[in-house]
Design a protein around this ligand. Structure first.
Ligand code: NAD
Length: 475
């Protein structure tokens, strides 16, 4: 763990192991932090806040630039750590490291754009100014599916704003976090500004974040259930929260779209990170008139995908995070097939050639999916593409919006009017129109409804770490 600029063990000296989800091999172990450790880290961050919040935006920017440069220099090492620990194919890991580094670069610039305002005052002898101030010490919790970019997406804007931070990474991917904190140390970020607490049991850490009066803000990325619980706890103490939670993205293909092009798009975005992405399509609505060529192209592409260890060439399907994830996928697929879905391809675990040592499930396409199936409501977080058909624009818009989630949605159509109607009608925070990757460090990322609160990335991302302060001056 990294607390107050020092690498340290847990207070009780315990550690926990980290394994490779593709092989089951133990990669190493890390300190198993508890409540005393996180308290110590919060104290350090609170002390450091006194001076860090007084640094100039130009100084903070320089630290972030240095961390960006180091990340790019160490890109291959970070990517290999990620593939070993998280499982995604090496090429995807490299892309994630770049995406993660982009947040450091973007917020190195945004630090210098924390502007204020002067306002006309109602009295002649009065002047109003508005400034933005850092909220204070931030408690951050990140998931395992994007173990580096989810971390920089929080740390970069927090530091740029003048906040200090204590981060708890997911228990299955602490090694990526350790490598990132080595970079922050090498970048010369002053002691106590960034602190890392690794823990096998997240609950005591979350409880301390919620209850410790020195924490001003909680930022969380993970499942909706845990997010709701943490937000409830934070509300009791009126702490600020940002919540990036689950999704259940609709992917809508209209009759005027090219079915082959759309099927290619789905195959790329659905199976990215083996379906373990919050913006992964979870209901693929295809117009009835083009369903056949769409499914045929999708099937052909999916049958060519190879599952295996992401360190090997030609692998596009890595392991799932653990046995529970495989069971969830299996349960959803079996439920759908029992209720009448057509299994187009896949639908089983991958066990040959040593894959039984990891957590692999074959890339799967289901057709004739219906609303009474589990997969229609539950986030899958696995390599399953469920296809449904529709007949009219109104019908598909209503169905797409019929979910408690509101993170990402995708639409394929060349009709500009329809594209606008869908963009405006879909109740989701991120909408890709003929575009499967509507994300970047410069763009606001986040969800509506139970997909979360607040945005990360873009100029919105730094506002999450700032408080507005009004000064009224009588002259
Ligand atoms: P999870 O909620 O189980 O875990 C996420 C993090 O929360 C981990 O660090 C975990 O240790 C921690 N955690 C769990 N219980 C906690 C508690 N009681 N107190 C404090 N921390 C606790 O989610 P997961 O399964 O690891 O991640 C997948 C979920 O994350 C999916 O639902 C996915 O959609 C979501 N996600 C959302 C985004 C987004 O930007 N909206 C991005 C990535 C992942």
């Amino acid at each position: 763990m990294y607390i107050n600029g020092q690498w340290c063990e847990a207070a009780d000296n315990s550690r926990f192991p980290v394994s490779n989800p593709a092989t089951g091999d133990i990669l190493g172990d890390v300190p198993n932090g508890g409540r005393d450790d996180v308290k110590k880290a919060i104290d350090a961050a609170a002390d450091a806040f006194k001076s860090w919040s007084k640094t100039t935006a130009y100084q903070r920017s320089q630290f972030l630039y240095r961390a960006y440069t180091l990340m790019i220099e160490k890109k291959e090492h970070l990517a290999v750590t990620m593939t070993s620990e998280q499982g995604k194919p090496l090429k995807a890991a490299r892309n994630e490291v770049q995406y993660g580094a982009d947040f450091l670069l973007w917020y190195a610039e945004e630090a210098k754009r924390i502007y204020g305002e002067t306002l006309p005052a109602p009295r002649g002898d009065q002047r109003f100014i508005v400034q933005q101030h850092p909220v204070g010490v931030v408690g951050a919790v990140t998931p395992w599916n994007y173990p580096i970019s989810m971390l920089t997406r929080k740390i970069a804007p927090a530091l740029a704003a003048g906040c200090t931070i204590v981060l708890k990474p997911a228990e299955s991917t602490p090694l990526c976090a350790v490598e990132m904190f080595k970079i922050f140390e090498e970048a010369g970020i002053p002691e106590g500004v960034v602190n890392l607490v690794t823990a096998e049991d997240p609950k005591p850490i979350g409880d301390e974040f919620i209850n410790n009066p020195k924490i001003a803000k909680l930022t969380f990325t993970g499942s909706t259930n845990v997010g709701k619980m943490l937000a409830q706890g934070a509300a009791a103490n009126m702490k600020r929260v940002s919540m990036e939670l689950g999704g259940h993205a609709p992917f809508i293909v209209f009759e005027d779209a090219d079915p082959e092009h759309a099927a290619k798009g789905v195959s790329l975005v659905k199976f990215l990170n083996t379906g373990q992405a919050c913006i992964s399509p979870n209901r693929i609505f295809v117009h009835k008139s083009i369903a056949e060529p769409f499914i045929e192209t999708l099937e052909n592409r999916v049958r060519r995908m190879r599952g295996g260890n992401g360190m090997e060439d030609g692998i596009s399907i890595g392991p799932l995070v653990g046995p529970g994830a495989v069971e969830k996928v299996e349960r959803q697929v079996n439920d759908a097939v029992e209720k009448g879905a057509r299994l187009v391809c896949g639908g089983h675990r991958l066990l040959d050639d040593g894959l039984d040592r990891g957590h692999f499930y074959a890339p799967t396409v289901l057709a004739d999916v219906r609303e009474d199936m589990l997969i229609y409501r539950e986030e899958t977080f696995g390599p399953v593409a469920p296809v449904l058909t529709f007949e009219s624009e109104d019908e598909v818009l209503e169905k797409a919006n019929d979910t408690n989630y509101g993170l990402a949605a995708y639409v394929y159509t060349p009709n500009i009017g329809r594209a606008f109607r869908m963009f405006e009608g879909l109740k989701f925070g991120i909408i890709g129109i003929n575009d499967i990757n509507p994300t970047a460090a410069a763009a606001p990322f986040g969800g509506m409804k139970e997909s979360g609160l607040g945005r990360e990335g873009g100029h919105e991302g730094i506002a999450e770490y700032l408080e507005t302060k009004l000064g009224g001056f009588s002259i």
